[in-house]
Design a protein around this ligand. Sequence first.
Ligand SMILES: [Zn+2]
Length: 112
Amino acid sequence: MTKAELEERIKCWQEQLGLQEWSIVVKLVEGDDVTDDAWATGHINNSKEEAVITLAKGRTDSQQVKSSVHELVHVVLYPMWLLAKQGDNAEEYARAEEKAAKRLTNALYQEG
Ligand SMILES: [Zn+2]
């Protein structure tokens, strides 16, 4: 799958998740450059409705799409993080959000 094809798939998922107003930029980088626990990271600017999804190269198409859906789920949940991060339970919230993002992604996207 080319980057353009991946971007097209992400556009479809954006619409399904009600994020069609968002501007989502996709970056493909060498695996070592993705510092997160996963193979993907997302940087979100909620007020501008912009996000950058960074994906490690060299994975299957299905894995790339699934990671993208996972990051888009984080975009959906982000307003809650903005509320939670000011409180005492920010770390617990972050762990709970990660769990929720994984469950929702598994439910939404079956890796083929
Ligand atoms: Zn995550």
